[in-house]
Design a protein around this ligand. Structure first.
Ligand SMILES: [Zn+2]
Length: 114
């Protein structure tokens, strides 16, 4: 994952003013005294750049909700990648030869003990 740079108060203010003090998640104004975060519009984990153009202010509460959503999207993106590269294991085992059973402990087929 890309390393997040810590934002100076000046940069935070710049991001805040560029957005007109509006939370980009719920579209409501961030009031004085409300807790807010600088948010990456495109999450870093999804390839978003770690610069001001990719940053917007959001309420802390909105950010928490968004992070949960991002996490789901990142997991989905990872799953799609795995699928794309065919790295996923087949969900069904090939048929065992007659008289053999799958030995879970050894992860191989063993002769069935009658
Ligand atoms: Zn909000």
């Amino acid at each position: 994952m890309t390393k997040r740079q810590s934002l100076s108060p000046m940069k935070r203010l710049k991001v805040f003013e560029a957005a007109g003090g509006v939370c980009h998640l719920c579209g409501q104004r961030i009031q004085a005294g409300q807790k807010w975060d600088v948010e990456h519009r495109i999450p870093l984990a999804l390839g978003g750049p770690d610069d001001e153009a990719n940053m917007s202010p959001s309420h802390k509460a909105c950010h928490v909700l968004k992070s949960v959503d991002d996490f789901a999207r990142i997991s989905k993106a990872k799953r799609q990648k795995i699928k794309h590269f065919g790295a996923r294991k087949p969900s069904t085992f090939p048929k065992p030869p007659p008289g053999y059973v799958w030995d879970w402990k050894r992860s191989r087929y063993t002769k069935e003990i009658a």
